[in-house]
Design a protein around this ligand. Structure first.
Ligand SMILES: C[S@@+](CC[C@H](N)C(=O)[O-])C[C@H]1O[C@@H](n2cnc3c(N)ncnc32)[C@H](O)[C@@H]1O
Length: 483
């Protein structure tokens, strides 16, 4: 009953444009966030059809239900899982079931369609480009890829080998599955495959995680035994992925501001067999980078709160509701977090990710951070990845349903520039510039052309005052050599 009541309450607020589904669901502190999120999203999609059914059957008059609760219950009865819980409401809905089913059938006949999804407004109808396969990450802390494949084959699944191109994923149907093109511990199934009740999922041998969301830990690739921070960690899918890469050795400090999400995370990490972690219900911005506890931290994964505009289910709602002010507030917070991550004295690599499609939360945050932290530069990620960050930040990755068959996502990796000795700063020049040719480029040894492009041009960093001094010194040395 609590699920339906909460879903109705959130649906009402969403339809009155009082907030975004994702935010309202997370703020609700409901026990099963995923279940609530799915129920609200789906009911909202079918809202106009549900309204038609409810009006034509005069359901509100007969049951005294309020419209939003009626929509949620009718959705679950006719289109969803069937009203499973709900006590007295379940009995009431079952009493009206045949009338409601008849009303739905009439609407389908009138619109000349046979499937429920064909009743959706066009903005919600899925094209081939909208279909995201089911991704399953093998949890190598508990099992191996080979064992999972064998287990599934014994259950009648048919393994097709490793995908060789993106389009292979579109051919998945029924019980066929592939190994992913880019991530070796990731298996791909047809979109409709549901593992939520499967033994391998319940035992923590597999994690149900979108491919794009597997990128941050995969790219950060922390060393076994190293110290790592997951700055905004709950519910912890990326944390357990990091732990698997670290083979549970070393230290994984995970922070999150939300106690409820953190407690869910704790359960999930236990199920996944993660032991190298240390959870803290703490604001990452208040974590002291100078504390001796973090003096060995070399890698940080930062996946902060974002607009969620890349999540396919939220696409239309989000584009309607993302007002400038909200995006700006998120971007300011994200930049503060990224700047903070770079303050840890030994940090070498920071991966920044969002499930947003807005440049404001992605490339613009990274560019601003690089301008404020000239000691860091971008790493050119996965050269063969089909979707790049918006120019000039093509070192970063983007993901989308159309180009990568995933939710919309963004990933950047910043790394500390290697310290340069005075020797390294000596220019390597074949023809010496004549006196007065101040504007001629001086190519410094120790930085390849690609690095120069990555840092100087692509990041549009302001001239670093210390490198200006170094250049002046170099010019003086050159003049001496000349004379
Ligand atoms: C996008 S979610 C993280 C998802 C997570 N990385 C995963 O893969 O499961 C963002 C998280 O940041 C947390 N958060 C927001 N502000 C924070 C802060 N100042 N310090 C720490 N965590 C914060 C939110 O509670 C939320 O759980």
């Amino acid at each position: 009953m609590a699920l339906y009541m909460k879903a109705a309450e959130i649906l009402e607020k969403v339809e009155q444009k009082k907030g975004a589904v994702k935010t309202l669901v997370y703020d609700s502190k409901f026990q099963n966030i995923k279940q609530l999120f799915a129920l609200v999203c789906e009911t909202q999609k079918y809202s106009s059809v549900l309204q038609e059914i409810i009006e034509s059957t005069k359901l509100l008059k007969e049951t005294k239900l309020r419209i939003h609760l009626a929509k949620v219950l009718v959705y679950d009865l006719l289109i969803g899982h069937g009203v499973k819980c709900g006590g007295a409401w379940k009995t009431m809905m079952l009493k009206h079931r045949s009338r409601l089913q008849a009303a739905l059938a009439r609407i389908k006949v009138k619109r000349k369609v046979s499937r429920n999804q064909d009743l959706l407004p066009s903005s919600f109808q899925q094209t081939q480009d909208d279909v995201i396969p089911r991704y399953v990450r093998v949890n190598t802390l508990k099992t191996t890829l080979e064992d999972v494949i064998d287990y599934l084959k014994r259950e009648g699944f048919s393994y097709q080998g490793t995908a060789s191109r993106l389009e292979d994923l579109d051919c998945l149907s029924g019980k066929t599955f592939l190994r992913d093109l880019h991530l070796q511990d990731l298996l791909v199934f047809s979109a409709k495959t549901d593992f939520h009740d499967h033994f391998l999922y319940k035992a923590g041998h597999i994690i149900l995680q979108d491919k794009a969301s597997c990128l941050p830990a995969f790219l950060l690739n922390p060393q076994v035994g190293s110290h790592v921070i997951d700055a905004c960690a709950a519910p912890g899918n990326k944390t357990s992925h990091l732990a698997a890469i670290m083979k549970n050795k070393g230290k994984l400090f995970a922070f999150d501001l939300d106690a409820k999400r953190l407690s869910t995370m704790s359960t999930l990490l236990l199920r996944a067999g993660v032991t190298c972690h240390q959870l803290a219900n703490q604001d990452f911005l208040k974590v002291d980078p100078q504390s001796s506890e973090y003096k060995e931290v070399e890698s940080i994964l930062l996946d902060p709160s974002c607009s969620g505009s890349g999540m396919v289910c939220l696409r239309d709602e989000v584009s309607e509701q993302q007002d400038e002010g909200r995006l700006q507030a998120l971007a300011t917070f994200q930049l503060r977090c990224l700047n903070h991550a770079l303050q840890f004295p030994q940090v070498q690599r920071v991966v920044y990710s969002t499930c947003s499609i807005h440049a404001q939360e992605n490339e613009e945050v990274v560019s601003a951070c690089l301008q404020q932290n000239p000691g860091f530069r971008l790493v050119h990620l996965l050269p063969n990845w089909p979707e790049r960050g918006h120019e000039p930040l093509s070192q970063c990755l983007r993901a989308s349903t159309a180009k990568t068959r995933t939710h919309g996502f963004f990933v950047a990796m910043l790394e500390r520039r290697p310290p340069q000795t005075d020797e390294e700063n000596l220019p390597v020049i074949t023809t010496l510039p004549s006196v007065g040719e101040e504007k001629q480029e001086i190519h410094q040894s120790g930085a390849s052309d690609e690095e120069q492009e990555n840092t100087e041009t692509a990041n549009e960093q302001p001239t670093n005052p210390s490198s200006k001094k170094k250049r002046r010194r170099n010019r003086k040395k050159l003049k001496k050599q000349e004379s």
